[in-house]
Design a protein around this ligand. Structure first.
Ligand code: 2HG
Ligand code: ZN
Length: 473
């Protein structure tokens, strides 16, 4: 049973980081207790901002000793309520933003050793300045942090070619709930010495320990990059185009995003300065990215080949290959602002699902029926990483003024859509995690053997149960 920290205990925690980095006033803790959508407001008596691994270690040792709950937090961009304290006001927030050093850049081994609080965009820029690529790419990359990316095994728009955050990580440093530091900061691409412990902490959403640093892979920067925006009539045509693009570009196909017309319209309507990417309307849009390690001409050639084959087979209604770096950036900005562009349309019930890629058209068809069976006027807002079989299948309230009561449908809508996902042997959390939002559903629907195993691991690593309680398991 966890404890409510007394004033003396709070003082002891604050003394570890020093008064400037121990926040207690309601207004100073406010940014740490609410999520970007305002769905998960909590309370905390203390936010700690440690400046070293040693301080993180002392905090967790004390927390285990005193049985005080600790909620680790990175850039606070998560969408499933995994990074906030609950409403009880007893859980301490551990914000990792001050651990923001690059410990080493080893270009010959193709790795960077980065601390948890480094903002993703900064890491991408550091790699870029060295003529390298750190491929993890997400809409929130201007504020999300590497530690959070690893803790949630973030996905994004380049998973198709480079994998999830897990695939980009060779080594990890983790502070365990006991305060012990598990130093596994190795640069090895091959290592079969027993259990793969680092992968226990990646994607664990801070429920087993606190990631403080990681060895991350760097890739050669592509010599040529082309971005194509296409309009198609149906998800079935999008799938046929995906097959053409994969066969033509093979490893050079680094992005394949599918977007329903309405979400493209939301971006044009609500986000400043965007114009329709195509001359004519299309029910579905696709964003394809080709990255060639060889040359700009090679990338251009592949892009033209894909577009020509698509037109020839009657799969493309309209299409354009970006003509400049500015247009490429504009296409990606449109895609990345889709989360924000949905907000002015009102309350939204999110689903972050994956199914085998070939089942995407069937999922879209059956999920539309599922949404309509719960709320016939709800608007389906569907977009996502089609090449990964991962869609953000959001049900937005009927058009009109913001109606919070729509969110009362959350559990029944989730169940209806997730039943379709389960019938296709898919996942109810492809890239955003479980957090607090999907915990109950995970516990109710995952195989009992899996849940038991997760619980036994949790008990073994965190016997006092102090790490991010109420999340995942
Ligand atoms: C994306 O792919 C993000 O843009 C957010 O994962 C998805 O807002 C969403 O549902
Ligand atoms: Zn996504």
């Amino acid at each position: 049973m966890l404890e409510r920290p007394s004033e003396a205990v709070l003082d002891a925690f604050a003394a570890i980081v020093g008064p400037a980095y121990a926040l207690r006033e309601t207004d100073t803790v406010a940014p740490y207790v609410t999520d970007p959508r305002g769905l998960f407001s909590g309370r905390t008596p203390l936010v700690l901002r440690p400046g070293s691994v040693e301080e993180v270690s002392r905090i967790l040792r004390l927390a285990t000793e005193m049985k005080i709950a600790v909620v680790p937090q990175g850039g606070n961009t998560g969408l499933v309520g995994g990074q906030h304290p609950d409403a009880g006001g007893t859980e301490i927030v551990l914000s990792l933003g001050r651990l923001d050093r690059i410990r080493e850049l080893d270009l010959r081994s193709g790795v960077v050793v980065a601390e948890a609080g480094i903002i993703l965009q900064r890491l991408r820029d550091i790699a870029d300045a060295q003529d390298k690529l750190f491929p993890l790419s997400l809409g929130s990359q201007g504020s999300c942090q590497i530690g959070g990316n690893l803790s949630s095994n973030a996905g994004g728009t380049s998973v198709l070619a480079y994998g999830n955050a897990r695939d980009l990580c060779l080594g990890l440093e983790v502070v365990l709930p006991t305060g012990e530091v598990f130093d596994d900061l190795r640069k090895l691409r091959k290592d079969n010495t027993g259990y793969d412990l680092k992968n226990l902490f990646i994607g664990a959403e801070g429920t087993l320990g606190v990631i403080t640093a990681a060895v991350l892979k760097l890739f050669p920067k592509p010599r040529g990059r082309e971005t194509i925006w296409l309009g198609v009539a149906s998800p079935g045509d999008a799938l046929a185009l995906f097959e053409i693009a994969s066969a033509t570009a093979a490893g050079a196909l680094t992005g394949f995003e599918l977007m329903q017309e309405c979400v493209v319209d939301f971006v044009i309507k609500h986000m400043h300065g965007h114009r329709p990417p195509l001359a004519s309307a299309a029910p579905w849009h696709i964003l394809v990215e080709i990255s060639s390690g060889r040359s700009a001409d090679d990338a251009r050639g592949l892009a033209e080949e894909i577009v020509a084959a698509g037109f020839e087979r009657g799969l493309i209604l309209d299409g354009t290959i970006a003509e400049s770096l500015a247009q490429t950036a504009e296409f990606w900005r449109m895609r990345e602002s889709m989360t924000e562009a949905q907000r002015p349309e009102g309350a939204s019930i999110k689903h972050d699902i994956s199914v085998p890629v070939a089942d995407i058209p069937r999922f879209i068809e059956e999920a539309a029926r599922a949404v309509a069976s719960v709320c016939p006027d709800a608007r389906v807002v569907c977009f996502g990483h089609m090449g990964d079989g991962n869609l953000h299948y959001n049900a937005t309230q009927p058009a009109g003024a913001f109606d919070a009561s729509f969110l009362d449908l959350y559990p029944v809508m989730n169940k209806a859509v997730h039943d379709v996902v389960r019938s296709l042997s898919g996942s109810i959390s492809a890239e955003h995690g479980i957090g607090r939002m999907k915990r109950q559903e995970l516990l109710e629907t995952a195989p009992p053997v899996a849940i038991n195993l997760m619980r036994r691991l949790k008990d073994a690593v965190d016997p006092a149960g102090i790490m991010n309680p109420g999340k995942v398991v």
